[in-house]
Structure formats: C-alpha cells, structure tokens
Design a protein around this ligand. Structure first.
Ligand code: SF4
Length: 489
C-alpha cells in the first residue's frame, strides 16, 4: 500500500484493524477498560495513540509505526507555538464534515502592525492595547467560552529593527501563538530572533524569496506559509520545492480576494482541499490560511462596509476550507458571527451540545422554593437559566440527562421518560432540600405528568405532585405568580 492509500484508508479504519496492532494485554494503562475500548476511541480520534504506553516499547515499534501511518490525516497537522501555548491547525481526515467530525477548529488571528505606537493617548490605538484586546476577547455561548487564537505581527515599516522591537513587545505582552508577516527575509529574521523560543508561523515564502524563507524556517524550526495568489500551479510547485528542500511544516495561501475575486478564492480553496482529500495529491495536503484582512486594502469603501466584507469572506472561507484566518476587525458585530459559526462547524454533529446533569440552584433557594425540571441540551438549559436569572427569585432546577436533546425531541424519542425523570429527581437530592412535594415540569412534557407521579413513588418519593409549567421558559414568572405556592391538595 502506498502512503497515500494508507492515509485514505485511515478514515475507513475499523476498531478491529487498530486492535490487531495494539499489545492486547488489556492492562488499562491507557485509562480504558481494555484494548478494544481504546481502539474504538482511537478510530474516533478521541484519544492519542501515545496514551497506550506499552506500544511505545521497543518490541512494538513496528506496530506503532504502522498505526501512526494508518491514523495519519490527509491534511497534515501543523503546530504553531510551544509548550502550553500551542495551536494545532489542519489535521483533517476528510473533506466534508458529514464524513467525519472535523478536528482542530479554524485558528483566528488578528493583526497588529510594527508601526503602531507602543502606548497611545487615544484608547484602543496602541500596540499593547490592541494585543490585550485580542487576548481578552471572549464570548460565552451556550456555556462555552469562545475566544480568538493568535496575534499576527505585520511589518508595514519593512525595517528589521522596527519589526524586531514590535515582535519583542508583543511577545512580552501575550502568550498567544504568533504569526510573523514580512516578505523581506532580513526583516523576518529580525523578528524570528526576538521570538526564537515561540515557534511562530512565518508568513510567507513566495516565488521570489522561497529559498531564504526556507532557510529561516529550518534554522528557527518554524512552520512556513507558501503564498501564490490565484495560481495553484505555482503554489504546488513551490510546495514541491520547499518539501524537497527539507521544510516539512507548511501552510498554503492560495490568496484571498474579497471583491471581484471572491469566487476564484472559494474555487481555489476548494480545489486545494479536494485535490488533497479526494485526489490524493500530497502536495496540497497541508492546512490552508485565508486572509480576509485583504478587504482593508480597499481604501474607497467605508470602514463598516470593509469590515462587513471581511466578515462574510471569513465566514465563507471557514466553511470552504480555511484552517487559519487572518483578520483585522475586532468589532463585536464582526467577531461574534465568526466565532459562533466556527463553533457550529466544529461541533460533533453526532453529539448534541450538552451541559452536565444534576441539581442547579438560582438565587438562595430554601425548603419552600419551587423545584423545576429541564433537559441537558445546552440551548434549552441556557435559555431556562437566562429566564430564571432575569426573573430573579430563588429556585431549584433538576437537569435531566437526555443525551443533549431538547424537551420536545427527548419526549418524542423516549430520551425523557417518566422513569428517567423520577430517577433524575431522586439522584439530584432535591427531595432532601425541600419540604413540599411538587415538581414543575416543562409544558412540552405535559403528557408524562401522571406517569411521573407513579414513577416517583417507585423511587421512594410517594405523594409527590407534578405541576405542568409553561410551554416556554419565558412564561415561568407568570406561571409562578399564578400557581406558586401550590394550593394544598
Ligand atoms: S494501555 Fe495499551 S495495551 Fe494496555 S489496555 Fe490500553 S491499549 Fe491495551
């Protein structure tokens, strides 16, 4: 089998193929109950091969190498940064998300230039302020903290000393992985000297400077971007030359044109990824960088229009098949759709986003506070949470594990049954915290109410009453106003 055939077979691996190469001692050193369980997780890329320590022993070297080849992705995984502050890009096994869960979410880099003043009297204008703003940007979306990933330092001065100083200052201010952007190898080397221990991404090798940039990538052990705007033949030829020269960690930039060239851009990104994933072209089997920041080269449009173009180009390229995105706008209205779209693309479609099940409290509930129930689908939970916080007051909330399904779907699919609800209430310990015996269930689970009372008896909670709450959590305040405390039966 050729290396390419091995890689193509990687996504079709069955656990048994992997199991046959493992030591098969069921020693549990990997934290799994047995080798087959580990093999199943390995095939799903949920664990690292190296978690099996016995396979690293000399006698298993041949099997280890074979497994490494079998598990290698069609798109090479490239690591930027060092130690705890690294980011992995690429590493894709497939072209389409429905074929296999995407790994390594798109890394979003925001730029600073080496001509920004270090500190400035105008807020938001200085180098250090902008770096801090990039680093501190975060948005909590259904329980996940979404952030930006990298800082790209662009040399607009084209002066080695100015660039070196800016790189030093950025490196002192943030631990985020870095991209150094300069086409002049002398300027690039000055920057690399300043961050020798940080393994930044070098941007970029072109047909004119590739040899010097390759030398720098090898000397400083850094990944290198290959830039060939709108010319895939040149891009491929540069990759061939650079890999033959010994540079292994490459990132491809086929050019990003946000105006008339947008369809060419999407086409180029798609062709690069298709040729690697479906056509078996190893020379395109590297992560791709998109640079919607080029929208800002247009000086005629208003800032809002440029930022809008940057935002839509970013979102298009994240869908078609960028692994790194370089942007300029830090505006919330540009970044929020971007990071939420990225979150959605990289969420495993087989596993709905969920929160932990259990008993949650709001305010300072006591023995007479209402006890409510919902499911552990993130969107459901955070909608209920937001409504309860908005209303104020003191509540207990039992969150039942429906494997991440909403109330309606869980009831329809029998993931939320009377039995499961009774078990969830019992397990939550809520009964020990309240002196009433009333459980408020969502209106969408109304048809389970009678059955729940029976099941509560079965788990040792006799004489409980189920109250059917509103269809939507926005109606909870009104419901409680009218129905709480419950009348004595
Ligand atoms: S550590 Fe390796 S040999 Fe031991 S159970 Fe896990 S997979 Fe099997």
């Amino acid at each position: 089998m050729t290396e390419r055939e091995i890689k193509k077979a990687a996504m079709k691996l069955s656990p048994i193929d992997v199991y046959n190469l493992l030591p098969r001692t069921n020693c549990k050193e990997c934290g799994e109950p047995n080798c087959m369980a580990f093999a199943a997780k390995l095939v799903n890329r949920e664990v690292a091969l190296e978690s099996c320590l016995p396979i690293l022993k000399e006698e298993h070297e041949k099997a280890y190498r074979k497994l490494q080849d079998m598990l290698a992705p069609v798109i090479k995984e490239v690591i930027i940064g060092t130690g705890d502050h690294t980011i992995k890009v690429g590493g894709k096994l497939v072209m389409y998300r429905h074929e296999f869960t995407y790994h390594n979410p798109v890394a979003i880099a925001l730029d600073v230039t080496d001509e920004l003043p270090l500190n400035s009297k105008s807020p938001g204008e200085s180098l250090l302020e902008r770096v801090k703003k990039i680093e501190n940007f975060s948005y909590n979306y259904i329980g996940r903290n979404l952030t930006l990933d990298m800082v790209a330092i662009r040399s607009t001065s084209n002066n080695p000393t100015t660039f070196k100083t800016a790189v030093e200052n950025v490196a002192k201010t943030t631990k985020l992985p870095l991209i150094l952007c300069a086409l002049d190898p002398n300027v690039m080397e000055a920057g690399l000297i300043a961050v020798q221990d940080r393994r930044p991404l070098i941007y970029a090798a072109t047909k004119d400077n590739w040899k010097n940039m390759a030398e720098l990538a090898l000397m400083y052990n850094c990944p290198l971007v290959v830039f060939a705007p709108n010319d895939l033949n040149l891009l491929r030829s540069l990759v061939k030359t650079l890999t033959e020269y010994g540079v292994e960690d490459l990132v491809l930039d086929p050019g990003t044109f946000v105006n008339e060239g947008l369809s060419d851009t999407i086409n180029n990104f798609t062709m690069v990824r298709r040729n690697a994933s479906k056509g078996g072209d190893d020379l395109f089997g590297f992560p791709i960088i998109g640079t919607p920041i080029t929208a800002w080269l247009n000086k005629k449009d208003s800032k809002e229009k440029i930022a809008w173009k940057e935002a839509y180009a970013t979102n298009l390229l994240m869908s078609r098949y960028a692994d790194i995105i370089l942007m300029h706008s830090l505006d919330g209205w540009v970044q929020l759709p971007t990071i939420i779209w990225r979150f959605n693309i990289y969420t495993d479609p087989r596993k709905p986003v969920s929160v932990d099940a259990g008993l949650f409290t709001f305010g300072k509930p006591n023995a007479t506070s209402p006890l409510m129930l919902t499911t552990n689908y993130s969107l459901t939970y955070f909608t209920v949470e937001s409504d309860l916080k908005k209303f104020g007051g003191d509540y207990y909330l039992v969150v039942a594990d429906t494997e991440g399904l909403s109330v309606e779907s869980a009831v329809a699919g029998r993931y939320l049954t009377a039995e499961l609800i009774a078990e969830a209430v019992k397990k939550s310990g809520a009964a020990e915290k309240i002196k009433h015996k009333h459980l408020i269930i969502p209106g969408r689970a109304a048809r389970l109410s009678g059955e729940i009372e029976d099941e509560l008896k079965n788990v040792g909670l006799p004489d409980w009453r189920v109250m059917v709450g509103p269809m939507d959590s926005s109606g909870i305040a009104k419901f409680l106003e009218e129905s709480w405390p419950p009348k004595k039966d």
